[in-house]
Design a protein around this ligand. Structure first.
Ligand SMILES: Cc1cc2nc3c(=O)[nH]c(=O)nc-3n(C[C@H](O)[C@H](O)[C@H](O)COP(=O)(O)O)c2cc1C
Length: 532
């Protein structure tokens, strides 16, 4: 059934240093999609099934069972079934069924942020209760027959939730963890938090797979460099927008008798998908909608494809949709995914963090809990820049302020050990490990990750890091830019700004704002820039 040359796919995949894995995407990467995708594109060695939700009564539904049946190209990749549940026993029951069907690994979904899932206490909703989740995983790990792997987000509400799970993850016999470094409330907004991933890669002993925002070969090169110990790359939307990605990255040969030109292969992909989806699901199976969804993701990767994608989305029947594709893809448009997507940025968490500071010629920023100078122009500059935004500062810096900053959200980082320590003004509440204040006081968070998550939940896309020295030292790694007022002279002080290295920071615009005060902007260098 499989021509000999096709088995070269497998050999190439085995040679690839790290695996590329097709992410599970409910309503997208089902059997029809996988059958068609693997018939046309190479370089992916594994796929996770979209989640199979378990309930105490229904172990596995017929459609889910059908979705796991091997297809004509099943020997080109390994399929790992993914399970979604909140209790150990139904998951163990399903594990037994999957084992009998010949699967040797089950993946547990600890990341789905969709409200239909989380309101049932499944997916990412399991993360804020580490004790319950650890207990559930322990029970599963003790008795499951298949190897156990996890797919996890950083947390449901804040990125620090996963920190409470590290010990359990390290102690349990988990074969691999796929980490998508976003929180559940973040859904798919912002960018994947590479800093958090790096932090966790240093703490987790279980082999890790990276997932999130991989779109181009350049992204894979950058990730390969910054996360050398990661076992593999899981790609979801990136393979829909750029189905050639894995093949181009691994240098995989095209399957035999398949057109090599992207426009011709894209056309084949879309037609084949529509045909097979209709055959599998029948006329009522929304084959047009599903096919359009795939085309809309891919078309903008062709030059001039944006507007065609919009029109394709409006097509009311397959002939209209098909003739639009004939016109566009028949004109042999250039394949330009590298232009569509900017390379993955340096460690750039969401929200964007920007450091703002006034620093003298010796690096001093503070003295005895205060500022060693009184420069009205710099104060006005600080007010102007941060107005209406969110500011994050340490407890001592906050205490040094004469009053709460008006017209800004103030978040104070404080490593208090108990709620009682934090409780001050009225209206303190907690959600997960996040603490917030509904009163007039500052919001209080224990970690920078918590503060960043809070900024997102409050609807802001960026926050200003305002010191003091320890907070800058901790946060600079995660800042995308800095605005530094260079203050002339050398002052007496006991708090300093970290050294600014040319390797990491590119100096940008600069301007004088007052006597002896020059504002200098810096941008964090991208990982893809030379010398990184
Ligand atoms: C439409 C859609 C459906 C998804 N379904 C699942 C799922 O069933 N199981 C799961 O673990 N993740 C699911 N995800 C999350 C993806 O597997 C992946 O973690 C996420 O899209 C980030 O990776 P990407 O940037 O490569 O797409 C889904 C994502 C999308 C967009």
């Amino acid at each position: 059934m499989y021509p000999d040359s096709m088995n070269r796919w497998k050999r190439y995949t085995a040679l690839a240093v790290k695996r590329i894995i097709l992410a599970p995407m409910e309503g997208v990467t089902d059997k029809v999609f996988r059958d068609v995708f693997f018939s046309l594109f190479g370089g992916v060695s594994e796929a996770f099934s979209p989640f199979i939700s378990v309930a105490p009564t229904v172990r596995i539904s017929r459609p889910h069972l059908k979705d796991l049946i091997p297809g004509p190209f099943s020997d080109q990749f390994r399929l790992v079934p993914q399970v979604l549940g909140r209790e150990a026993q139904p998951i163990l029951d399903l594990d037994g069924i999957l084992w009998k069907l010949g699967f040797d690994e089950i993946n547990i979904n600890l990341g789905c942020p969709s409200s239909t899932v989380t309101k049932k206490g499944k997916g990412a909703a399991l993360l804020p209760d580490p004790e319950n989740l650890s207990r559930m995983l322990k029970t599963i790990a003790e008795s499951c027959r298949c190897a156990l792997s996890l797919k996890v987000r950083l947390g449901m509400f804040c990125s620090s939730e996963i920190l409470e799970l590290i010990d359990a993850f390290n102690e349990l016999p988990i074969s691999e963890i796929t980490l998508h470094p976003r929180t559940g409330i973040q859904q798919y907004s912002g960018s994947a938090d590479l800093a958090a991933f790096r932090h966790l890669a240093g703490k987790l002993r279980t082999p890790l797979i990276y997932n999130g925002d991989i779109r181009t070969c350049e992204d894979l090169r950058i990730l390969n460099r910054i996360f050398p110990t990661v076992r593999g790359w899981m790609v979801g939307r990136g393979l829909l927008m750029n189905p050639f990605l894995a093949q181009n990255f691994t240098g995989f040969p095209s399957p035999p008798a398949i057109p090599s030109e992207p426009w011709a292969r894209a056309r084949l992909f879309i037609d084949r998908f529509h045909e097979q989806y209709r055959a599998a699901k029948g006329k009522g199976g929304s084959s047009l909608g599903r096919t359009k969804a795939i085309a809309i993701m891919m078309l903008p990767s062709f030059q001039g494809g944006d507007s065609v994608a919009v029109r394709a989305g409006r097509a009311s029947d397959y002939p209209a949709f098909s003739s639009l594709l004939d016109d566009f893809l028949g004109s042999k448009p250039a394949w330009k995914p590298e232009i569509r997507f900017k390379p993955m940025d340096r460690i750039k968490p969401f929200p964007e963090l920007i450091a703002i500071a006034a620093v003298d010629e010796s690096g001093v920023i503070g003295c005895s809990g205060g500022i060693p100078w009184n420069l009205s122009e710099d104060m006005a500059h600080f007010r102007e820049i941060t107005k209406g935004g969110a500011v994050i500062m340490g407890r001592r810096t906050f205490d040094s302020l004469p009053a709460l900053l008006d017209d800004r959200i103030t978040i104070v980082l404080s490593r208090c050990s108990s709620e009682a320590d934090i409780a001050g003004p009225d209206g303190i509440g907690t959600r997960g490990r996040l603490t917030w204040n509904r009163g007039n006081g500052p919001w209080l968070c224990r970690t920078l990750q918590d503060a960043a998550s809070l900024v997102v939940s409050l609807g802001h896309e960026r926050a200003w890091i305002c010191g003091g020295g320890q907070i800058y030292a901790q946060a600079l790694d995660q800042c995308s830019s800095m605005i530094i007022t260079r203050v002339s002279g050398i002052h007496q002080g006991d708090a300093s700004f970290p050294e600014i290295s040319d390797r990491e920071w590119a100096a940008g615009e600069s301007r004088t704002i007052g006597p002896g005060q020059r504002v200098q902007h810096y941008r964090a260098r991208c990982l893809c820039e030379d010398g990184q």
